[in-house]
Design a binder for this molecule. Structure first.
Ligand code: FES
Length: 417
């Protein structure tokens, strides 16, 4: 049930049939929810504290990219709330907080060092003080505590050898998948989250997409592997799966970035795209007033989707609040709200391409993949192709780009029409 602090209003309160606990307080969720959706609905926006300044932390990107939503799940530390699916009886706990449900005395660090801390010179001498300080700092900086019990020995990874593995089920990745399917070529597509509710919208049309499956490493042959390793994080299906494809298509898109504003790290500051995607998936609506901060075509489209006013970053002087967003300060004065949705220029998610040996070049907000004219980015253990936003292609052109790269791939393996 949404409380007074709820950020999201559930599409169907009667669908919240699962009972969980967060910091020992009851929490309800719908089957298929992510933990972060359940927490936002209950108004529990803070999941921990930052290592250095002890500032409150909560979900930002809602898509598995930023790592600000780490919490303890059933005794296992450091799981991402935004990519972990709920289960009945799940015990969730915030991390790195001294008193999870009350004021945290370690937040004093933030007050005392409001102007920043030079940790290279702070308490370096005398040696005894430095030794004590190091010990305290190490304890403060620990990410969670050890798991309650040793984990079960992991199941051996499942192994598959598809001819083509597509990473990312955004517009470009899905276009590749559909074009290959039309040519009669079976490909596997993995996607770390059901990013845009595609699974619900498309049903069987995207039956080849393995959602909740995040690629975390590429192990080329010279390191004794020749596999793409992915972690499946969907309930009972959790485990590792490895793929040995002949062709790897990277349609990994972009990551949301923080817009520079004072206090832009408060819980309740969310990535506009991640929030819009979450609302599409769940059918929930915003239960608090909010604004989108950004500029340009993309920010305008996101503000329209979220039905929020768009403010330029220069119009916002600061985000205000203590443990969470309470207001923003603009030139016109203070404005009460519960959500600030940031819509900055996203950064290309080019890490996997770089692991494959692809060249990258700087463009706008990050490194885009520099591919050849056909879309080929590297040829090593696999032939690697890249398409869509990770190559600097605009979102609206990403599907066309995916189709074009799929044509080139088909031609390369002698399956051109
Ligand atoms: S990784 Fe979960 S909110 Fe960013």
């Amino acid at each position: 049930m949404p409380g007074d602090d709820a950020v999201l209003r559930p599409a169907s309160p009667s669908a919240l049939t699962l009972e969980l606990a967060y910091d020992d307080a009851p929490l309800r969720a719908a089957p298929g929810d992510t933990v972060s959706a359940a927490l936002l609905r209950a108004g529990r926006v803070a999941t921990g504290r930052s290592l250095k300044f002890r500032r409150p932390r909560g979900p930002f990107c809602l898509q598995g990219d930023c790592g600000t939503c780490l919490l303890r799940v059933d005794g296992e530390p450091n799981l991402r709330a935004c990519t972990t699916r709920v289960r009945a009886g799940m015990q969730l706990q915030s991390q790195n907080r001294v008193l999870p449900r009350g004021p945290d005395p370690t937040a004093l660090v933030d007050t005392v060092f409001a102007a920043g801390m030079d940790h290279h010179h702070f308490m370096v001498r005398p040696r005894l003080v430095n030794t004590i300080m190091q010990e305290v700092a190490r304890n403060l900086a620990g990410l969670g505590t050890l798991p309650d019990a040793p984990s079960e020995p992991p199941a051996p990874p499942r192994h598959e050898a598809p001819q083509v593995l597509v990473v990312g089920a955004g517009p470009a990745g899905l276009a590749v998948l559909r074009r290959l399917r039309r040519a009669g070529l079976a490909a596997v597509c993995v996607e770390r989250l059901d990013r845009d509710g595609a699974r619900a919208r498309c049903g069987d049309d995207d039956a080849e997409v393995r959602y909740d499956t995040a690629v975390f490493g590429l192990y080329p042959r010279e390191h004794g592997g020749g596999v793409v390793a992915a972690r499946v994080h969907d309930g009972d299906a959790r485990g590792i799966v490895t793929f040995a494809p002949r062709h790897l298509v990277l349609a990994t898109g972009t990551r949301d970035v923080i817009v520079p504003l004072r206090n832009n790290d408060l819980p309740g500051v969310l990535a506009a795209r991640g929030l819009a995607s979450l609302l599409r998936r769940t059918g929930d609506t915003l239960a608090v007033p909010g604004v989108v901060v950004g500029e340009g075509e993309r920010a305008t489209a996101l503000a329209r989707q979220l039905r929020l006013e768009l403010l330029a970053p220069t119009a916002v002087e600061a985000v205000l609040g203590g443990a969470r967003v309470e207001a923003i300060a603009t030139r016109e004065g203070r404005r009460e709200l519960g959500v600030v949705a940031l819509a900055g220029t996203p950064a290309p998610a080019s890490e996997l391409a770089r692991q494959c040996g692809a060249r990258v070049r700087w463009a706008d907000a990050g490194f885009v993949v520099a591919r050849d004219e056909t879309g080929r980015a590297a040829a090593d253990t696999w032939t690697t192709w890249a398409c869509g936003e990770v190559c600097g292609v605009a979102e609206r052109d990403a599907a066309d780009d995916g189709e074009r790269v799929a044509e080139a791939l088909l031609a390369a393996i002698g399956r051109a029409p």
